[in-house]
Structures are given as structure tokens and as C-alpha cells.
Design a protein around this ligand. Structure first.
Ligand code: DOR
Ligand code: ZN
Length: 346
């Protein structure tokens, strides 16, 4: 039996949502991860320190007893975010980053930034205060093919962003292409990237295998196999610029299985186990620990976790669904198996 003891990991990008769904999804994240960067795309979005403070309180109130889980809060950038908000955020001990959603790019992004030039002062202040910028790196131009949106974002926006704010720490989140992986690999130490388990495990054929698969629909959308292979290479390389960010994003079944289904894949129930599968298959299980537990805190300038988690190569079956009151959430691999299991979790 293969066994792996690793420093307990963190999730550097997760959607915990709010209200009753949060009560049901939070234990999955808190069971696996010590800390998580919490996305602010609620309705209304978390745009101020005050809203983040209250959201954090609600999360802390929902955490299972005895869990030491710590939410790391983020603020949602809008065209109206002020320089003062950046200073206020810096003065807290619970806000760790600002999140850029191009307006209209994904779930609850309508209040996002319409043009990066509108937040020039804010980015300059973040650079000065050393607060990282988290990027949903896609252009939203309707004339651009959905499969090209990430690559074009790099050419149109990311290159100039890096040039204009050379001291700004940037996390290019949930990258999906070889182009993005290569770009991050070759950039300065200020630029890092999260990679999801689903983008390491699926390619765009999985959106249509045997019929349309709404539970494989996420944004940025799954890409060709050659891109998945490049992401696996980056994640499993041990390179410190790449780290774990699940982008676990629960939606109710009826909102996914709909004429206009929501983007988002729920992976928190098996997150570290799915990454272990990928790393094992790539012959790089020894590099799971830097990816999952070291590179993230090192980039953010936070201490590495001190306790351990034990995984074993042991097959288990994912439930068909999770209930949230009357509603259901369909998890990734519903009714199918996962090859690794958590066996000890101090
Ligand atoms: O698939 C996604 N789901 N991508 C995002 O960027 C947002 C997320 C969500 O909030 O559902
Ligand atoms: Zn996300």
C-alpha cells in the first residue's frame, strides 16, 4: 500500500459561498486544508473591509468544532474601489489579497472591473502596500473564442500589468493553457499561479463525452489535451511558482443542469486526494508536498503549516450527491472512484 505523509496543505483559491450551502461545503475544505483563500464573488460581492469582516465572522461561525481552519479573506475589485480601501485592508490581519474579475467574465462578476485603467491608482497602492493581486485572467470580448480568452488576456493585459507594476505580486489563477504555464514559468518571482485538480484531470472532450456534461463546465473552460499535459508538467515539476488552488465552486444541481447552466465544479470533497492521483500518475508524488503545502505560503510570505496529513493509495467511491436542505450538489466524480484516501488527519 502506498502511503504519503505530507505537511497539511492549504487551498489558495476556493468558493465557500454563504448561507446554508456554506454550512454543507465548509467541512470538506476545513477537513483537508489549514487555510484557504476565500473568493469574494458573493451577491452582493465582498468589496469592502467591513463586508469581509462580517463574511469572515459567518465563516468562523460555520467551521466544524475542533477544526483549526483559517479563512484568508479577499476583496473584490470594482471600478470604484478606492486607494483608501487598500490601506484599510492592509491594516487588518485577515485580508490577504484583492481579486480582479473582468466584468461579465464568470459567476457574480457583473460588478467586476470594466477596464484595468480604471484601477491604476489602486494597483499602484497594492504594489506599495505589498498586497497580492489575484487575477481571473480572461478577456470577455464576445468576439473572442472562449478557448482563446486566457491566451489573449496574457497578450493584451498581463504583459503590460507586469511592466507597469513590477513590484506587484500577482497570482494568475486557475491557469488552463500551456501558454499560461510557460508564461508564468518564465516570469519574475512576483508572478505565480494556481492550478485546479479538474484542469489537471480533464480536457475539453470531457465536456461532451457521450452527451453534454454540465458538471464538467467551469471557467476558464477546459482546454485541449496538450494543455492539460502542460499543466500537469508545471504542477508536478516542483517549481515554486505553481501551487494548489482548487477553485471548488458548488452550485445546486438544478442550476447546473439547466438550459443556461452555471460554471463551477465542486471538488472540495476529494481535493487533496484528486491532486494525489495526478501526481502519482505523473510519477511525481514526491512533489505533491511543495505544490500543496510549501509554494503557496512561501509566495504569500506566510509560515508553512506544522502538522501532517496521511494519504494512502486506496480506492473509495464518491457519493452521487450531497444534500443541502432540499437541494443537491453533484460533486466531481459523483458515483465514481478516487484512487487516494485520507487515512490520518491530526
Ligand atoms: O467555474 C467557475 N466557477 N469559475 C469561476 O471563475 C467562478 C466560479 C463560481 O463562482 O462558480
Ligand atoms: Zn474561482
Amino acid at each position: 500500500m502506498k502511503r504519503l505523509v505530507l505537511t497539511r496543505p492549504d487551498d489558495w483559491h476556493v468558493h465557500l459561498r454563504d448561507g446554508k450551502i456554506m454550512w454543507d461545503v465548509l467541512p470538506d475544505t476545513a477537513h483537508r486544508f489549514v487555510r484557504a483563500i476565500v473568493m469574494p464573488n458573493l451577491t452582493p460581492p465582498i468589496t469592502s473591509v467591513e463586508l469581509a469582516r462580517m463574511y469572515r465572522e459567518r465563516i468562523l461561525f460555520s467551521i466544524p468544532r475542533l477544526s483549526r481552519f483559517t479563512p484568508l479573506m479577499t476583496l473584490y475589485l470594482t471600478d470604484n474601489t478606492s486607494v483608501n480601501e487598500v490601506r484599510r485592508a492592509k491594516n487588518t490581519d485577515f485580508i490577504y489579497a484583492f481579486k480582479y474579475y473582468p466584468a461579465g467574465s464568470t459567476t457574480n462578476s457583473d460588478s467586476g472591473v470594466t477596464d484595468l485603467r480604471h484601477i491604476g491608482n489602486v494597483l499602484a497602492e497594492m504594489e506599495k502596500q505589498e498586497i497580492p493581486l489575484l487575477l481571473h485572467g480572461e478577456v470577455v470580448d464576445r468576439n473572442i473564442d472562449i478557448y482563446d480568452r486566457e491566451a489573449i488576456f496574457i497578450d493584451r493585459h498581463l504583459c503590460s500589468l507586469i511592466k507597469d507594476y513590477p513590484g506587484l505580486k500577482i497570482v494568475f489563477e486557475h491557469i488552463t493553457t500551456k501558454y499560461a504555464a510557460d508564461f508564468v514559468w518564465e516570469s519574475s518571482d512576483k508572478i505565480a499561479s494556481t492550478i485546479t485538480a479538474h484542469h489537471l484531470l480533464l480536457n475539453r472532450n470531457d465536456l461532451f463525452s457521450g452527451g453534454i456534461r454540465p458538471h464538467h463546465y467551469c471557467l476558464p473552460i477546459l482546454k485541449r489535451e496538450e494543455h492539460r499535459v502542460a499543466l500537469v508538467k508545471a504542477a508536478t515539476s516542483g517549481n515554486r511558482k505553481f501551487f494548489l488552488g482548487t477553485d471548488s465552486a458548488p452550485h445546486y444541481q438544478q442550476n447546473k443542469e439547466s438550459a443556461c447552466g452555471c460554471a463551477g465544479i465542486y471538488t472540495a470533497h476529494a481535493a487533496i486526494e484528486l491532486y494525489a492521483e495526478v501526481f502519482d500518475k505523473a510519477g511525481a508524488i514526491h512533489n505533491l508536498e511543495p505544490f500543496a503545502s510549501f509554494n503557496g505560503p512561501d509566495f504569500y510570505g506566510l509560515p508553512r503549516n506544522q502538522d501532517y496529513l496521511t494519504l494512502e493509495k486506496q480506492i473509495w467511491t464518491v457519493p452521487e450527491f450531497f444534500s443541502v436542505g432540499e437541494e443537491r450538489v453533484i460533486p466531481f466524480r459523483a458515483g465514481e472512484t478516487v484512487a487516494w484516501k485520507i487515512v490520518d488527519n491530526e
